[in-house]
Each structure stands twice: as structure tokens, then as C-alpha cells.
Write a protein that binds this ligand. Structure first.
Ligand SMILES: *Cc1c(COP(=O)(O)O)cnc(C)c1O
Length: 366
């Protein structure tokens, strides 16, 4: 009998598909209610800026043409803004694309890939899809244990993923901790520093990671337009590396991995400092709002440097998630990240955070 599973490569056969946050439309259909608040996917609650909207409208007329395969304008803008050379930049269909591209370019089945317990699920996913061995290093206070990660390096290790801040814990490594770590990683191991939430970190606390790329040839930094820049639905992200690494990734890349709309939107978003500042300000205020609630309700939480807060709600986290759905609030269960007693709540607009808080108070009987 035909069994497609037997034909699939072993890594893929054993994969669990990525669990995305529940879409608003799906919950509306299921429950027959409207006005649902989604705080499940760390999306930007501000929506698109009017500048991005206009740019998207203007791009529509060219959509029968293929996109610019090299993303010339976006790379030029990124290079100018961050004092890089364009040939250090690899664009992707979201940074997820770039993370996968890195794994496909550099990792083979005989290699080991190191990441932290409770780290972003895409790292084990892309590792396993290749058939390589994922090494999850136990976390320290929910965050990366860099000493243990160094100790986990073997002759077969090819890549280490580090998310800073990390998702879903929000934990953060200081510049000193990171630099000491990178200095000790041998050159046969590539360090992928995933800075998807970098813009939410105070400027004086951010590592000069793009500058480090010049001194540490085995370092690759990834960023995204999905979070603080508010373009999650368009899919735009990039990696910064030495040109040699970018050149290799470019060989394995789909020629048109970024579409015309996302290229144009990312160019415009990159110039919009007001939007970025507003994103950060709304996030800081919302974080305070959620933390005040947690303190009042005596709920522990993992201090977060991202645009989300992971709250310890106890053994009934799964049930509470379901109950919240019925109250019209979508959050994210994180049992799949070995955090079965927590829920991750993305920071929304003040009224969205208030809806979550109100639902929690009702359900917790506070
Ligand atoms: C959201 C997120 C990303 C970004 O994903 P995109 O593909 O760019 O939307 C990357 N890394 C981490 C840790 C994230 O949480």
C-alpha cells in the first residue's frame, strides 16, 4: 500500500508541524463571536502606517513582473542605515526563511546544532528537517546557559542558535555575556544571533552585533520586519554576515524569496522612525500594564525584553487558554516549549491588554 511517510526523509517524517497562534477569523467562526483580541503571535498592535499603505498601493501595478531578485533598494537602505556593505546582507521571506537558509547552507545530516531549552521552535525544526542532530541545552532561569552551551560543542557541532531577546521567555543576554561567549566559540561553529526583538531593547543595552560581524567571521545576525516594524503578514527579514557567508547563502536561496510588496514595504518602514518609536513606547506602556496586573493577581512572570510577557498561571494553563478563547482573547500556550504552566501574552494596545486582564480576573475569580 502507498505510504507517503515511508518516502519522506527521516528528519521531516519525525517533525511536529509549527503551531501558529490561532487566527482571529478561525475563532470567530468557531464561537460565532466578534471583537476578538489576538495577543498570540507577538504582532505589532499598531497596524500598518499610512506610508506603508500608500507604498503598497503604488506597488500593485507592477505585480505582474517578478520582484527584484537581489533586493537592491532594500539592501542599499539597510547598508546605509546600519553602516554595512550591501554584500553582507541576505534578505529573506521573514527571518524564518533566513534561519532555514543558514541551516540548509551549512548544516548536513552528520552535524550537531545547539540551541537552548525554551528557545524559538524554528531552530529544532530547521535542524531536524535536514536530519541533523539538535542539542537542546537546559536553560538557566529560563534563559540561555552560555557556559553549558559552550560545553556542549563537539567536533561535529556546526551551528549554534541564540535568540536575544529569546522567544517565548523574553530573557536577555548582556553585551558582555554574549561577547565572552562568541570569543570562545571555535571557528568551525557558526553562531546565529537572532535579534528579532532587538528594537524593543534600550539602545544602550543592545550588543553592537553588526560591528561584531567584522571581528567574528563565524557570526551571523538575523533581524526581522515582523515585530517592531509591524510587517508580519508581508514576510521580510534579513541576515548580516561576512560577505563570504552571504555569498554561500545566496547560492542556496530561492531567487525570488522576497516579493515585490514586502521589499517595498520594508524599504518604507525602515525610514519611518516615528512608527518605530511609537511601537516601542506602546510596548513599554503595555508591558507595565500587564506587569501591574500580574503583581496584583500574584502571578509570577518571566521578566521580558520583548513585546510579550510569559506568565506562570499554574497547572491549568491549557484549560485557562481555552477559557480565554471563549472570552474572546487569544494568547499562546507554551507547553510545546517545555513551559506547561505558562501562557505567553503579546503586548497589545491598552484596550486589548485591558480585555485580557478583565478576562483573567473573571476566570481567576479575583
Ligand atoms: C518572531 C520571531 C522571528 C521572526 O520571524 P519572521 O519569520 O521574521 O516573521 C525570528 N526569531 C524569533 C525568536 C522570533 O520570535
Amino acid at each position: 500500500m502507498f505510504d507517503a511517510k515511508l518516502l519522506a526523509n527521516e528528519g521531516v517524517r519525525n517533525l511536529q508541524p509549527y503551531q501558529a497562534g490561532k487566527p482571529i477569523e478561525e475563532l470567530e467562526r468557531e464561537l460565532g463571536i466578534t471583537g476578538i483580541v489576538k495577543l498570540a503571535s507577538n504582532e505589532n498592535p499598531l497596524g500598518l502606517s499610512s506610508e506603508v499603505r500608500t507604498a503598497l498601493q503604488e506597488t500593485l501595478s507592477g505585480l505582474s513582473r517578478y520582484p527584484d531578485a537581489n533586493g537592491f533598494y532594500l539592501k542599499s537602505k539597510l547598508a546605509k542605515k546600519f553602516a554595512l556593505k550591501a554584500d553582507q546582507i541576505t534578505l529573506g521571506n521573514g527571518s524564518n526563511d533566513v534561519l532555514e537558509l543558514l541551516a540548509r547552507t551549512f548544516v548536513s545530516a552528520e552535524h550537531e546544532v545547539i540551541f537552548s531549552q525554551h528557545a524559538f521552535v524554528v531552530y529544532p525544526l530547521v535542524t531536524q528537517a535536514i536530519g541533523a542532530k539538535g542539542v537542546a541545552v537546559p536553560a538557566h532561569e529560563y534563559g540561555h546557559d552560555l557556559t553549558a552551551m559552550l560545553a556542549a560543542i563537539t567536533a561535529n557541532t556546526r551551528m549554534i542558535f541564540i535568540a536575544n531577546p529569546n522567544n517565548p521567555t523574553g530573557t536577555f543576554l548582556t553585551t558582555e555575556q554574549l561577547q565572552r561567549f562568541i570569543e570562545q566559540v571555535p571557528e568551525h561553529v557558526l553562531v546565529v544571533l537572532d535579534e528579532a526583538y532587538s528594537e524593543y531593547v534600550a539602545e544602550n543595552e543592545r550588543a553592537p552585533s553588526f560591528e561584531w560581524v567584522a571581528s567574528y567571521p563565524n557570526l551571523i545576525v538575523t533581524r526581522t520586519f515582523s515585530k517592531a516594524y509591524g510587517l508580519a503578514g508581508l514576510r521580510a527579514g534579513y541576515a548580516v554576515s561576512q560577505p563570504e557567508i552571504a555569498d554561500l547563502m545566496n547560492r542556496a536561496r530561492q531567487p525570488f524569496n522576497m516579493n515585490s510588496l514586502s521589499l517595498r514595504a520594508a524599504e518604507v518602514a525602515l525610514d519611518d522612525d516615528d512608527y518605530l518609536q511609537q511601537s516601542v513606547a506602546v510596548n513599554a506602556a503595555g508591558m507595565e500594564q500587564l506587569i501591574a496586573f500580574c503583581d496584583e493577581a500574584r502571578l509570577a512572570y518571566i521578566p521580558s525584553h520583548g513585546n510579550f510577557l510569559t506568565i506562570e498561571v499554574g497547572e491549568n494553563a491549557g484549560q485557562l487558554y481555552q477559557q480565554l478563547l471563549h472570552e474572546g482573547v487569544i494568547v499562546r500556550p507554551v507547553a510545546g516549549y517545555e513551559l506547561p504552566h505558562h501562557l505567553r501574552v503579546s503586548i497589545g494596545l491598552p484596550e486589548e491588554n485591558a480585555a485580557f486582564i478583565q478576562a483573567m480576573k473573571k476566570l481567576l475569580g479575583a
